[in-house]
Design a protein around this ligand. Structure first.
Ligand code: ADP
Length: 328
């Protein structure tokens, strides 16, 4: 059976980008067709300045939102990364296979390190090595597929390289996984800055739709979205990033494709109105279920405990084999 691994970082509140680019597909498709593991990757949240209490709160909130989005613990495994020691154990071995040069070439490292330096802070070493930990997350489970948005494909490429290198040097140990980005909404952009992705770790929220935003807040954010100068409501990702982003969000909500919506709308206002209503309707059941789950935190804790147990059983044999293969 195909095995799938993917994760979400508890560095902020989950966004529409996380939902359309990843979580919705995990719930609607992936958990039904494969042995799927979905992880709150809390160790990754420590790679930039963090508040311990906030990380803990956001981890539980992310878990609650994953369940509210439809992940069913009877069908898949939902767990927290730090509850399973195998991730950190394997990460160290992979650090002995990776080179510092390939880490420094990672686009996310360059971008995030620049932000940290601009703030006057130091760059944590873990920010540099974080793609290796991500590789360990995936390889520990022998995942065949990694359903992620576009922003993570470079890290999955690195994971493939490390798996191949380890296998060549020390004997076949790891499955070589592949990234499977969604056909539509692989990169949802910030509504106020449509050349940057809608990311939950960003500080300013006016261009970001959070899964728990009230319907009126969603409407306001979409109605105020930056559009482009130019004629017609057409889909041209490079030349018309603002309008194209809205078309993409609308298409993703409706299960269609943005090209088919190109030229259908006569005004930006009409497009924004339909997009806002589509997003409100898309998120309504998630928000309702979230509300119910918040009333039962013990249930969520139980899911995470069982999930960690199941995940550990799946990871341990392969990580033990990697320790033996490398000579320990
Ligand atoms: P973030 O950038 O929000 O911190 P995470 O690293 O937690 O994202 O990613 C969780 C999943 O959501 C990943 O599969 C990632 O590719 C996807 N994702 C994140 N932002 C977007 C976006 N703007 N558009 C599409 N997918 C996204």
């Amino acid at each position: 059976m195909t095995r799938i691994f993917s994760g979400v970082k508890p560095t902020g509140h989950l966004t529409l980008g996380n939902y359309l680019g990843a979580v919705r597909r995990w719930a609607d498709v992936d958990q039904h067709r494969a042995d799927a593991l979905f992880c709150i990757v809390d160790l990754h949240a420590l790679t930039v300045e963090h508040d311990p209490g906030r990380v803990r709160r956001l981890s539980r909130q992310a878990a609650t939102l994953l369940l509210a989005s439809g992940l069913d613990p009877k069908l898949c495994t939902v767990f927290v990364q730090s509850h399973v020691d195998e991730h950190a154990r394997l990460s160290y071995l992979l650090e002995c296979v990776a080179s510092d040069g390939e880490m420094r070439r990672m686009i996310q490292y360059k971008e995030k390190a620049a932000v940290e330096r601009a703030r006057g802070g130091s760059v944590r070493l873990s920010l540099l090595t974080y793609p290796v930990l991500m590789a360990a997350d995936i390889l520990a489970y022998g995942a065949d597929e990694v359903p992620v948005g576009d922003d993570q494909t470079q890290h999955v490429e690195l994971t493939r390289d490390l798996a191949v290198r380890f296998n060549q040097r020390y004997g076949h140990t790891f499955v070589v996984p592949r990234a499977t980005p969604p056909a539509v909404a692989a990169r949802v952009m910030d509504l106020q800055a449509p050349t940057s992705k809608m990311g939950k770790s960003h500080d300013v929220g006016a261009g970001i739709i959070y899964l728990l935003d009230e319907p009126d807040v969603i409407r306001k954010k979409i109605m105020r979205a930056v559009t482009d100068s130019g004629q017609g409501v057409v889909y041209e990702r490079e030349a018309r990033p603002g309008v194209s982003n809205l078309l993409e969000i609308l298409a993703a909500c409706e299960g269609g494709n943005p090209e088919a919506l190109s030229g259908v709308y006569e005004s930006y206002g009409a497009l924004k109105k339909d997009t806002a209503e589509a997003v409100v309707e898309l998120l309504r059941p998630v928000q309702e279920r979230h509300q119910e789950l918040c009333a039962d935190p013990a249930y969520v804790e139980g899911v995470l405990r069982d999930g960690a147990e199941k995940a550990r059983e799946k990871a341990r044999p392969r990580v033990d084999a990697a320790y033996r293969a490398i000579g320990l």
